[in-house]
Design a protein around this ligand. Structure first.
Ligand code: FES
Length: 108
């Protein structure tokens, strides 16, 4: 369904990531959403209310339909994230837990 226009150039360098525990070789310098779509993983998450599968839509950080869990951090936009070697990705089921990032001045 999804094919690179310049496949030989993009596949020259590849890295390994895992998606839902399955190892996958993906092109380096690629967004995670593009890598997932290219590998046939069209449903990136399910909705919080009805559990309906959702896929990346805008591919530019606007719709938030591509939220996944990356290295145990939920609610990450796959279309705005470049793949990294060893990245662990899980498709997100429903609303991801909100993780508050520490701010300067927080008690330690
Ligand atoms: S696909 Fe729309 S925000 Fe990622």
């Amino acid at each position: 369904m999804f094919k690179y226009l310049d496949a030989t150039e993009r596949m020259r360098e590849s890295i390994m990531i895992t998606i839902d525990g399955v190892a996958l070789e993906v092109p380096a310098q690629e967004t995670l959403a593009a890598a997932m779509l290219q590998s046939g993983r069209l449903d990136l998450r399910t909705t919080a209310i009805s559990g309906t599968p959702r896929s990346a839509y805008c591919m530019m950080g606007v719709c938030f339909d591509c939220l996944v869990t990356i290295d145990d951090q939920p609610n990450q936009q796959a279309c705005m994230t470049l793949v990294r070697p060893g990245m662990r990705v899980e498709r997100q089921a429903g609303a991801g837990e909100i993780v508050r990032m520490p701010r300067s001045g927080d008690a330690t």
